[in-house]
Design a protein. Structure first.
Length: 143
């Protein structure tokens, strides 16, 4: 049976985004012909909310599957994971929070995730591959 971990959602993403969209919508309301613009803003906001809520990390057998609506889908063999490191790297990734984990696998590959239950997520990966090195931001083991 697969274990599913949802992405943690950080409000640091939503506050500037929603504030900016509300400001634009308020400016458009003054122009009575701008309702199409408000509709487009609403649809973009809806898309972003659905996107952030659909990010999930699935541990299915020997694979870590990273899914993000609608475009992101990656499968990583857990046996190839070498290191898990806490990070707050702002690079674009399937992570809706700045409280992140960088997963290193193969020789040079990595993916940045933000599971709500970081400890549970790491523990499940370690059950499958006990050789994974786990490091927090202060270079100390997380466990």
């Amino acid at each position: 049976m697969a274990n599913v971990f949802k992405s943690k959602i950080g409000f640091i993403f939503f506050i500037p985004l929603i504030s900016g969209m509300l400001l634009i919508a308020l400016l458009m309301i003054n122009d009575h012909k701008a309702w199409i613009g408000i509709l487009i803003l609403f649809l973009v906001a809806l898309f972003l909310i659905i996107n952030f809520n659909s990010i999930r990390y699935i541990i299915d057998g020997e694979r870590l599957i990273v899914k993000g609506f609608p475009f992101y889908n990656r499968s990583i063999p857990i046996s190839k994971i070498t290191k898990i490191k806490e990070t707050n790297n702002p690079l674009s990734s399937p992570a809706a929070s700045m409280d992140r984990l960088e997963i290193r696998y193969n020789k040079y590959d990595s993916v940045i995730l933000s599971p709500r239950d970081k400890k549970g997520f790491i523990d499940e990966l370690l059950k499958i591959n006990a050789k994974i090195e786990v490091i927090n931001r202060k270079a100390k083991p997380l466990r």
